[in-house]
Write a protein that binds this ligand. Structure first.
Ligand SMILES: [Zn+2]
Length: 175
């Protein structure tokens, strides 16, 4: 199998894993993937950073709207991280309300320096929760401030430009 097909197979397997975890645990499932070009995504440095981002997220206060509650980690009922042919991925089944979890994930993607480098997805009972349903705008591109999906489908930025944007964000890495 070529590298490209191994990457696609890993994505299919990830999608299936999210479904399975939802039905096994009957809880909302939070998943993290890296939003960086393939070559960086499968590197050992990004794997290590992915682990660090995930651990950091689990230590953040939940819900994000109050500061009086414990870290997200106290609600974790299952936790799994793995390096695949599509890069680092992490999943957690959490005993929390799904809407609060989606708001939390948008907060992390938006307000933390490493937010632009990750995708956090929230799924419950096999249904992916959408930002738009909570009134949030689509995610911004890593390089410019436009809608990420538009830049990606139009191939607005070169690979070099995107890698440079990732390097700029990582230059400020402090966890
Ligand atoms: Zn852009």
């Amino acid at each position: 199998m070529t590298r490209f097909f191994r990457m696609l197979a890993a994505r299919d397997a990830r999608w299936q894993r999210r479904f399975d975890l939802c039905s096994i645990h009957r809880l909302p499932v939070l998943s993290l993937t890296l939003r960086v070009p393939y070559k960086l995504r499968v590197s050992s440095r990004m794997r290590k950073l992915g682990e660090e981002f995930w651990n950091k997220i689990l230590q953040l206060p939940f819900p994000s709207s109050t500061s009086s509650r414990g870290p997200l980690s106290i609600y974790v009922r299952y936790n799994e991280t793995e390096q695949t042919d599509d890069g680092f991925q992490a999943f957690a089944a959490l005993l929390v309300p799904v809407k609060e979890l989606k708001l939390f994930s948008i907060h992390v993607e938006t307000d933390f320096f490493f937010g632009p480098l990750i995708d956090l997805d929230v799924m419950e009972a096999g249904v992916s929760q959408e930002r738009a349903n909570l009134g949030f705008p689509p995610r911004k591109c890593l390089v410019c401030d436009h809608d990420a999906k538009e830049c990606s489908s139009r191939c607005t930025h070169s690979l070099e430009e995107t890698e440079e944007a990732v390097r700029r964000i990582l230059a400020g890495v402090r966890l």
